[in-house]
Design a protein around this ligand. Structure first.
Ligand code: AMP
Ligand code: MN
Ligand code: MN
Length: 321
């Protein structure tokens, strides 16, 4: 695919879907594509469906028109899944995908095996928002679209510092800045700003973190009881894994939170050696080489034991242990 217009065909309406627990790239991609299509394909009716997302993303154009209804009875000519690596990740919105006339997935996850009829997966791109930019006509990208795509790239690159950031990422970000977007505000308000409550949770996660495997690994976990005590939701945990990862000497960071009794959402990050996407994929999840996730059953220690075995094997193979 060279241009996003190629997928539209005769479609009169389209649904745009993202992944469960939408992050900045997911929301930026969905709203960015919607805003772009308003300019590039004015006759097309577009509806975005997403789970509830962070308040901080509300300023983006179209954020107020996102539907959270997983079954409103609408059937679409076209369904576009963005930043979604497998069908499961569509969560409750999978029905729109299954019933659509045609399905397209635009993504950058190395673990994406191609679940849509047309898949455009570019693992070398930092963010789905970056992939989308390469499929758009520069002249039709307005300020609103630019804000969305810029935010998506900022989030998936950790503000242009993760190893997925390339020269091209920076060039694209530069072009988006050229559209007159308030880039400092986007970075501060959506990425760095935390509520007092979120900072307390970060503090607690760091305080209770444990280093293991000779200091090469670190983990922290929230059990449901603690989450209830703090009235914490997954949106409040953004940034915790990043702070764990930059602990001196750490190669691999793990953050867990309990999603149901004895069931944990796992986030993993690595710095140089460990391919966490392989480990996440082994346990039914996915992601990227340096950032991946999955859901696992058992106690915190069961989960850690299972993960450790894979991390250890990779470290030994690389001669790092
Ligand atoms: P997270 O740790 O949730 O921030 O996710 C890190 C990366 O892994 C993101 O690119 C996610 O899209 C991906 N990821 C996280 N959880 C899963 C999962 N259960 N299945 C597939 N990919 C995942
Ligand atoms: Mn994402
Ligand atoms: Mn992404």
């Amino acid at each position: 695919m060279e241009n996003i217009m190629e997928i539209l065909g005769e479609a009169k309406n389209a649904a745009i879907l993202g992944h469960v627990r939408p992050d900045g790239d997911c929301v930026g991609s969905c709203l960015g594509l919607k805003s772009y299509l308003e300019a590039a394909a004015p006759g097309l009716k577009v509806q975005v469906y997403l789970e509830e997302f962070s308040e901080a993303f509300r300023f983006l154009k179209g954020a107020g028109e996102v539907s959270h209804d997983p079954a409103d009875g609408n059937v679409y000519d076209l369904c576009i899944a963005l930043d979604v690596s497998d069908r499961e990740r569509l969560g409750a919105f999978a029905g729109y995908f299954d019933h659509a006339g045609r399905t397209v997935c635009i993504d950058h996850h190395v673990t994406n095996a191609g679940f849509a009829r047309i898949s455009h997966v570019r693992p070398e791109r930092s963010a789905t928002s970056e992939v989308l930019y390469t499929l758009m006509d520069e002249a039709l990208i307005g300020r609103d679209t630019a804000e969305c795509l810029y935010m998506g790239i900022v989030h998936d690159t950790g503000v242009f510092k993760h190893s997925n950031t390339t020269g091209e990422t920076m060039e694209i970000a530069g072009k988006l800045m050229g559209k007159g977007i308030p880039f400092s505000e986007i970075i501060d308000r959506t990425f760095y700003e935390k509520t007092y409550h979120q900072n307390q949770l970060l503090g607690r996660a760091l305080m209770e973190s444990v280093m293991f495997m000779d200091g090469l690994c670190i983990f922290s976990a929230f059990r449901q009881k603690t989450m209830e005590f703090y009235q914490a939701s997954p949106k409040d945990f953004d940034g915790i894994i990043d702070q764990l990862r930059v602990t001196r000497g750490v190669e691999c960071a793990i953050f867990l939170y309990e999603t149901a009794p004895q069931e944990y959402k796992v986030s993993m990050r690595s710095n140089r050696v460990v391919d966490v996407s392989k480990i996440a994929a082994y346990f039914g999840g996915g992601g990227h080489v340096r950032a991946a996730g999955c859901t696992m059953a058992g106690s915190v220690y069961d989960v850690l034991n299972n993960l450790s075995r894979h991390i250890e094997a990779q470290l030994k193979e690389a001669g790092a242990l």
